[in-house]
Design a protein around this ligand. Structure first.
Ligand code: ITT
Length: 196
């Protein structure tokens, strides 16, 4: 048995390996499994896109396939960047620039209106075609400046009230305990254990 995780995002993959470690099943990225395909994320929701990614990769393997579709919803920006989080300002634009742009757009937004959440939908597709999708979120605020070197993506501008710092200032272990991805994958682990 093995799991192939349908992602090309190294930041996600690091967290995923840590969270799934105690399943004691090898977890490979798409690249490690030599599945190098381009998947069009044509869905309108995190759930749809994670199902699209997992289903697409499952066509190439008999392994258990997992996928993660995630993003940042900012209330003051009408839930942008949302499902377009990786495409916001262009797929290849560095996050330093994306984060700066968000802070500029939020310039006149007072603290109480800076609420936001990271959302993550995880889909599993089993070898017999059965599939399940689980979604979770982590609530927080958009800070006034970027801070922290850990994590990836929008972590430096995402303030986590319960730790009084940004999610880029948390250790991976701390982040995994409370994050959208950590929560969705912990629930998904039970689904996988039941299958095994
Ligand atoms: P794959 O589709 O190959 O998995 P991707 O980066 O394109 O990689 P998504 O379409 O799910 O993945 O985009 C999610 C984006 O949302 C991601 O690139 C980050 O910018 C952001 N994001 C998601 N989870 C995050 C987290 O824990 N911390 C910071 N940013 C996150």
């Amino acid at each position: 048995q093995k799991i192939i995780f349908a992602t090309g995002n190294e930041g996600k993959m690091k967290e995923i390996r840590e969270i799934l470690g105690d399943l004691n099943i090898p977890v490979q990225s798409m690249k490690e499994a030599n599945i190098e395909i381009d998947i069009e994320e044509s869905g309108e929701t995190f759930e749809e896109n994670s199902l699209i990614k997992a289903t697409e990769v499952a066509k190439y393997t008999d392994a258990i396939v997992l996928a993660d579709d995630s993003g940042l919803e900012i209330d003051a920006l009408d839930k942008e960047p949302g499902v377009l989080s990786s495409r916001y300002l262009g797929e290849d634009t560095p996050y330093e620039i994306k984060n700066k742009e968000i802070l500029i757009r939020m310039d006149d937004v007072p603290w109480t209106k800076r609420t936001a959440r990271f959302v993550c939908a995880i889909t599993v597709v089993f070898p017999d075609g059965a599939h399940k999708t689980i979604k979770a979120a982590m609530e927080g605020m958009i800070g006034y400046e970027a801070a922290g070197e850990n994590g990836f993506g929008y972590d430096p501008i995402f303030y986590v009230p319960e730790f009084d710092c940004t999610s880029a200032q948390l250790t991976m272990e701390q982040k995994n305990q409370i994050s959208h991805r950590g929560k969705a994958l912990e629930m998904m682990k039970e689904v996988i254990k039941a299958y095994l």
